[in-house]
Write a protein that binds this ligand. Structure first.
Ligand code: MG
Length: 413
C-alpha cells in the first residue's frame, strides 16, 4: 500500500470508549491508517502506555500536566520531548503537521478547543464529540466552510443520516428522523425514575459506552444534544428533525425525502462501523464486525418519546431554538448535573431539573466569538453547581416517601 492512500490520524481521547474502538479499527487495517498522535486526559496512564507501545505515535499529549510528567518519567529517555502537556499540548497534538485527519473523541466541553484548532490547521475532522457542535455550531461550521475541510460524523445516528442523505439531492430532503434506544428506563414510570440509581442508569441495553453518555442516554439528553448536532451538521431546521424511540438500536436513523421515500441505515450496534466509514469515506472497507441477520430481527419497534418522563428532549429543542449561548448553557449544566447524579448528590429526575433551572436563571447571548461560548459555559457550571448544592441539602431533609418529581418549570420560550 503506498503512502498516499494512508490516512494519518491524530486521535484525541484515545483511552475513552470511542478512542479504543478507533485504535481497533486502525489495527484492523494496517497500511490504511497510521496514528501520528494520541491525546488523553491522563486518567488511565497504564492504557495510554500500552497504546504508545502498540502504535508508536510521533507525539502524545496528556491534558493533566502532572500526569504528563508521570508518563514522561515512565517512558525511555528519548520520549521526553515527544510528550506534550496540558490543554495546549492537546491542541498541538491535534495540529501536528503530519496529521491529515483528526478524530475528535474527547468527552464533553473539553473537546471544543482542540477541534476548533484542528479545523484552523486545515485538518479533516471525524467527529465523535457532539459538544463541539452543540456549544458552538455556528462558529464551527463557519470555520469548516472557510478552511474547506470535511466533517465526518462518528455518532451512529449522524453517520446513518450522512449515508442516507447520499440517496437524494439535498433540496429534496423533507426531514431527518433520529432513532433513540430510549436507554435502560424507556418503560419506567415517573415514580420508578425518581429512585433510579447510577448503576441502573449505567447499564445500557445495546451500546457499551462511557459513563457520561450512558447517563445522557438514560435521560434522553443525549438525543437532545444529537438533535442540535444534526441541525448544524446537515443544515436543517429543528422542526424538521424528529426523534423516535427504537429500543433495538438496529435502524440507526432515517432520512425522509419530499416524495415520501424514507431511506434508513441499519446494522448491528457496533461503533466500529461508523468509525470506519468516517475514516475511509467515500470508500467502504470490508469489516469483521457482526453481520445483521434480518430473520432474527422480527421485533423492530418504533414509538414517540414521552416528554413527561423524559423532559430533557423538549428542553434541548427549546435550547436549540433559542440559539446563541443557550445550547452551551444546556450542555454545561447537564455535565454538572450528570456528575452530581453519579456522586449520588441528586436524584435521576433532578438532572433535567438542574438544567432547566440553570437555563431559567441565565441570559442568552449571541455567539459573535468563542469567548461568549466559554463565558456561558463557565457561568452555567457555577449556576448549576449551586442548584445541585441546594437540591442535595433538600434531599437530606426529605423523607423516603416523597412523590415523583413532576413539576419541572421550563424556561420561557
Ligand atoms: Mg449516538
Amino acid at each position: 500500500m503506498n503512502d498516499s492512500s494512508t490516512r494519518h490520524i491524530a486521535l484525541l481521547g484515545s483511552t475513552g470508549s470511542i478512542g479504543k474502538n478507533v485504535l481497533e479499527v486502525v489495527r484492523q487495517y494496517p497500511g490504511r491508517f497510521r496514528v501520528v498522535s494520541l491525546a488523553a486526559a491522563g486518567r488511565n496512564l497504564g492504557l495510554l502506555r500500552q497504546q504508545i507501545e502498540a502504535f508508536n505515535p510521533l507525539v502524545v499529549a496528556v491534558a493533566d500536566e502532572r500526569e504528563a510528567g508521570a508518563l514522561a518519567q515512565s517512558l525511555p529517555s528519548g520520549w521526553s520531548d515527544r510528550i506534550l502537556a496540558g490543554p495546549f499540548g492537546v491542541e498541538q497534538a491535534a495540529c501536528l503537521p503530519e496529521a491529515d485527519t483528526v478524530v475528535s473523541a474527547i468527552v464533553g466541553a473539553a473537546g471544543l478547543l482542540p477541534t476548533l484548532a484542528a479545523i484552523e490547521a486545515n485538518k479533516n475532522i471525524a467527529l465523535a464529540n457532539k459538544e463541539t457542535l452543540v456549544m458552538a455550531g455556528e462558529l464551527v461550521m463557519e470555520k469548516v466552510r472557510r478552511h474547506k475541510v470535511r466533517l465526518f460524523p462518528i455518532d451512529s445516528e449522524h453517520s446513518a443520516i450522512f449515508q442516507a442523505m447520499e440517496a437524494g439531492r439535498r433540496q429534496d430532503v423533507f426531514k431527518l428522523i433520529l432513532t433513540a434506544s430510549g436507554g435502560p428506563f424507556h418503560d419506567w414510570t415517573l415514580e420508578q425514575l425518581t429512585g433510579a440509581t447510577p448503576d441502573q442508569a449505567l447499564s445500557h441495553p445495546n451500546w457499551d459506552m462511557g459513563k457520561k453518555i450512558s447517563i445522557d442516554s438514560a435521560t434522553l439528553m443525549n438525543k437532545g444534544l444529537e438533535v442540535i448536532e444534526a441541525k448544524w451538521l446537515f443544515d436543517m431546521a429543528l422542526d424538521d428533525i424528529e426523534v423516535v424511540i427504537h429500543p433495538q438500536s438496529i435502524v440507526h436513523s432515517l432520512v425522509e425525502f419530499i416524495d415520501g421515500s424514507v431511506v434508513a441505515q441499519l446494522g448491528v450496534p457496533d461503533m466500529k462501523i461508523p468509525i470506519t466509514y468516517a475514516l475511509s469515506y467515500p470508500e467502504r472497507l470490508r469489516s469483521n464486525a457482526g453481520r445483521l441477520d434480518l430473520s432474527r430481527c422480527q421485533d423492530l419497534r418504533f414509538m414517540a418519546p414521552d416528554p413527561e418522563r423524559f423532559p430533557a428532549l423538549p428542553l434541548a429543542y427549546l435550547a436549540g431554538k433559542k440559539g446563541g449561548t443557550c445550547p452551551a448553557i444546556l450542555n454545561a449544566a447537564n455535565e454538572v448535573a450528570v456528575a452530581a447524579f453519579l456522586r449520588n448528590d441528586i436524584r435521576f429526575p433532578e438532572i433535567t431539573r438542574v438544567v432547566a433551572e440553570t437555563m431559567n436563571r441565565l441570559p442568552v447571548n449571541s455567539i459573535l466569538a468563542l469567548g461568549a461560548v466559554l463565558d456561558a459555559d463557565l457561568a452555567a457550571r457555577m449556576q448549576a453547581e449551586s442548584i445541585v448544592a441546594s437540591l442535595a441539602l433538600q434531599d437530606k431533609a426529605r423523607t423516603a416517601t416523597v412523590p415523583a418529581e413532576t413539576c419541572l418549570t421550563f424556561p420561557n420560550s
